[in-house]
Write a protein that binds this ligand. Sequence first.
Ligand code: SIN
Length: 510
Amino acid sequence: MIDTTDYLVLGSGISGLTLAIKLAETFPDRKITIITKAHADESNTKYAQGGIAVVVDQTQDHFDQHIQDTFICGDGLCDAKVVQRVVHQGPERLKELMEWGTRFDKTTDGILDLGQEGGHSNKRVVHYQDQTGWEIQRALLEKVSQTSNIILRDHYFALDFILHQNQCLGVWVLNEKKHKIIGIHAHFTILATGGIGQMYEQTTNPMVATADGLAMAIRAGAKLAELEFIQFHPTALYHPTAENTFLISEAVRGYGAQLKNHQGNRFMFDYDSRGELASRDIVSRAIQTELAASQQPCVYLDCTHFDPDDLKQKFPTIYQNCLIHGIDATRDWIPVKPAQHYMCGGIVVNQNGQTSIEKLLACGECSRTGLHGANRLASNSLLEALVYSEAIYQYLRQQKMEPIHCDEHIFPLIVSDATMLFQEIQFLKKQLQKLMQQNVGIVRKNAHLLTSQTQVMLWLKQVNHWELSYGINKNLVELKNMLTTAWSIIEHSIQRTNNCGAFYKIDDRS
Ligand code: SIN
């Protein structure tokens, strides 16, 4: 079965939703379809705690300072034009979000309350308590529900692009509710599929972050870059038996929380003059060094000097989540350790968000714009998502809608039962997570990368064999996507010979 739409957006996070809203408002006669593989509100955006980095008042802050902070954090690999553009557009994009009903915290004087995070030389993070992403997602989904020419399909899992001579004509999709595969033809397809976190044992990302868009792009032969720059967030809650890793926002350190080792020593100033507010790569490596030396499972974040009411009011979600795990952050140190958080590289896009495949565009975490370089500055990701969905919108509104000619009407694989090979898939996924955590983490070694790559290829062959023998289901394709992307991350890590930003490789003999 083949469906058609004018614009097909993959993913229901901040990038996909803002783009769909703009297209729908400009072209009320055109059909915009958003597909998302789980519930519409399930995306990395929803879990963003910190906020959006924006220079809101040029008498207190300056664009040049934000630009410089982004460069320092990116360790020399940021694209100057891109950084300028993204930073300068901040206020306009923020205004748009507010006009669409997104709430941000204000001070008693009625001005935006600005938080501070690592790598920023000034307070410039606009936020809604410690659940900024949740609030953005809420406002955008509400707006989408009021827009009649946006069709939002949940539990639609994109499998692969429909390609014709380096042109993307749409996507093959597994409709999970109806248990069948359909094709969706589109004049333009936009990838906004987010990150990769689930390929690591410890990640701040939700279950949906399985590298789907990246893997589809790899299979289609799109250009990707800088996949080796995997950002680890320094402070994820450490709890030996918790199933999911919960983020303790960098905004807590921005508010004055101190990192201490098990002996109670505040160690960050031994590593960087910015202390707890050094960039994430530096703080994560420092914690890793402390843990290796002490053989302890975690370090601690101390907020006990905060006013207890302030802590509960500014960071209600973090306070409650700690309580659930038996930690009262007003009195106890919070046990923390680094966890995978963000993919800094991705599918290469130009200033319009165009990929190397015609009629395929990308924005958000799956894309590589040149903003982040070797390490993303805190709270620059939501900003980048907004600026590039605007860029794609501006590009698409100028484009003609040409007829779609496509002879391909059948997806080559069948659908299997959702429970097919469940145990085997879960087992392999855990093996992959362990391998990525140990060998493709904060500190890497060439010898380990090489053996890991061979192993990943063997697992990929196994998965391909299962697909051909039994057919596909979501779990199996997610595993294939993670293996496909893991292989490329490892390849990029082997190829890089100099350490910078979030990439750190030590000699095989050390
Ligand atoms: C955080 O709140 O620490 C995460 C924000 C980000 O990833 O930019």
